[in-house]
Design a protein around this ligand. Structure first.
Ligand SMILES: *[C@@H]1O[C@H](CO)[C@@H](O)[C@H](O)[C@H]1NC(C)=O
Ligand SMILES: *[C@@H]1O[C@H](CO)[C@@H](O)[C@H](O)[C@H]1NC(C)=O
Ligand SMILES: *[C@@H]1O[C@H](CO)[C@@H](O)[C@H](O)[C@H]1NC(C)=O
Ligand SMILES: *[C@@H]1O[C@H](CO)[C@@H](O)[C@H](O)[C@H]1NC(C)=O
Ligand SMILES: *[C@@H]1O[C@H](CO)[C@@H](O)[C@H](O)[C@H]1NC(C)=O
Ligand SMILES: *[C@@H]1O[C@H](CO)[C@@H](O)[C@H](O)[C@H]1NC(C)=O
Ligand SMILES: *[C@@H]1O[C@H](CO)[C@@H](O)[C@H](O)[C@H]1NC(C)=O
Ligand SMILES: *[C@@H]1O[C@H](CO)[C@@H](O)[C@H](O)[C@H]1NC(C)=O
Ligand SMILES: *[C@@H]1O[C@H](CO)[C@@H](O)[C@H](O)[C@H]1NC(C)=O
Ligand SMILES: *[C@@H]1O[C@H](CO)[C@@H](O)[C@H](O)[C@H]1NC(C)=O
Length: 359
């Protein structure tokens, strides 16, 4: 009788322990882990430890998983087994810089609490599921550096909470993706579509649709046509990279109105015309690279007003005239100055030899 009681008690304890250990979130994570290759860093993922102490897992006060952050852990495998209805409180998922392959499963778009999804720098393939745009709270979406192909652009839903979007370095093509303009809005601060095969014009309505951008990178694509004169409406823009495209026409005088601009990269296009004197008004500018274009005329002396410039490149254009000596009296922070492969005349201003860094 005593023995039977003891056995019964042990049995109930076993049940209790098992019920405690197998919470659905732990079960879902373990199921996904079992499909992975090279998940050595996930050795703490076992029912022997509380789920909230597992490597890369963060929980809320109630013990629900709120974040999974495993960047650069050498994890291989797929995402197919990741989704589970158990993840009711997951806000951040960061699996960047791993070896994940295969497609992005549509069911990730059912993780309705997500605010940040980072799958960048993996080997993901297939079309970007438009359903990700249905994540109601998504603020940060980074799918950069994969091999993803065109989504069904027309099926995107409005993503009013989106602040950061990178689709850089994928296999996207066609004209500028309209969903970016039509489905995002005033919260967008960071847009990176660089290193794809987009072509056609840069839409002139971009500044009106996403007016609060601070970072815009469209470099290494096949965009053609002019730099939109409307860009200065991006009054908070700090970094503008339009380099390595097929842009033509002149550098719009209006760019001089981007008063917050720190970085201006227009190199390796086929821009022609003069360097607008208005660029001298870019007094926050640190880096300007206009090299490998077809710019002509001379360097406007009022560029001397860009007193915070660190790096200035105009090589490989058709510029001529004399190099204004004012540049070197005012540009006290200059570290890189490259005017090679042009047709400048006159002597090198003596002032340049007073630059300790250049010298
Ligand atoms: C999620 O989607 C993947 C790929 O389509 C599928 O293999 C998997 O069974 C789905 N998981 C759930 C829980 O629906
Ligand atoms: C976790 O998710 C559940 C289900 O959506 C919700 O009832 C609960 O309030 C969430 N907990 C927290 C701390 O947000
Ligand atoms: C876009 O890429 C797809 C493959 O991802 C290709 O089939 C299609 O021809 C490309 N379209 C253009 C316009 O280059
Ligand atoms: C995006 O919006 C513009 C203006 O609101 C509209 O003309 C255009 O048809 C829309 N494009 C798409 C693909 O939804
Ligand atoms: C813009 O994109 C290119 C290509 O992806 C990248 O090499 C470059 O670093 C980016 N520029 C900035 C300022 O982030
Ligand atoms: C730029 O234009 C030229 C000719 O118009 C074309 O041959 C080239 O492929 C284009 N480059 C890109 C990156 O689209
Ligand atoms: C400049 O652009 C052309 C294509 O437009 C490309 O072939 C070349 O590699 C680029 N140069 C550099 C230095 O990126
Ligand atoms: C520079 O900006 C001032 C106002 O801030 C403006 O009056 C002037 O025309 C601009 N200079 C050029 C060369 O555009
Ligand atoms: C040098 O910079 C100052 C602002 O710091 C500006 O007022 C002045 O005009 C500049 N000098 C020249 C020659 O442009
Ligand atoms: C270089 O600096 C020295 C001392 O600071 C000054 O006397 C000289 O005029 C400067 N030279 C030029 C060309 O600005």
């Amino acid at each position: 009788m005593a023995l039977q009681q003891l056995l019964q008690i042990s049995f109930f304890m076993l049940i209790a322990c098992t019920a405690m250990a197998i919470n659905p979130e732990a079960e879902a994570l373990l199921r996904w882990k079992s499909t992975l290759i090279g998940a050595n860093s996930l050795s703490s993922w076992s029912l022997a430890h509380p789920t909230c102490s597992w490597y890369g897992v963060a929980c809320d006060g109630a013990g629900h998983v709120t974040a999974l952050s495993l960047p650069g852990e050498g994890i291989g495998g797929k995402l197919d087994a990741f989704y589970s209805t158990a993840f009711q409180n997951l806000t951040r998922l960061d699996l960047s810089s791993n070896n994940l392959a295969g497609a992005i499963p549509v069911n990730l778009s059912m993780l309705l609490t997500l605010t940040s999804l980072d799958l960048s720098i993996n080997s993901l393939t297939g079309a970007i599921p438009y359903q990700l745009s249905q994540l109601p709270r998504i603020a940060r979406l980074n799918l950069g550096d994969n091999h993803l192909t065109n989504p069904e652009y027309g099926k995107f839903s409005p993503m009013a909470s989106l602040e950061f979007l990178s689709l850089a370095n994928n296999d996207l093509n066609g004209t500028f993706p309209w969903f970016v303009l039509n489905c995002t809005g005033r919260r967008m601060r960071w847009l990176d579509l660089s290193a794809n095969s987009f072509s056609g014009h840069i839409p002139s309505s971009l500044p009106e649709m996403i007016p609060r951008l601070r970072y815009l990178n469209l470099s290494y694509n096949g965009f053609s046509g002019p730099i939109p004169r409307s860009l200065p409406r991006l009054q908070e823009l700090k970094e503008l990279c339009l380099d390595n495209n097929n842009l033509t026409g002149g550098i719009p005088e209006e760019l001089g109105m981007l008063s917050e601009l720190y970085l201006l990269m227009l190199l390796n296009n086929t821009l022609d015309g003069p360097i607008p004197a208005s660029l001298g008004n870019l007094t926050s500018l640190g880096i300007m690279d206009l090299s490998r274009n077809q710019l002509h005329g001379s360097i406007p002396p009022c560029l001397a007003k860009m007193q915070h410039i660190l790096a200035f490149r105009l090589s490989g254009n058709n510029l001529n005239g004399v190099i204004p000596p004012e540049l070197f009296t005012n540009w006290t922070m200059l570290q890189l100055f490259d005017l090679s492969k042009n047709s400048f005349s006159g002597s090198i201003p003596a002032q340049i030899f007073n630059f300790t860094i250049l010298r």
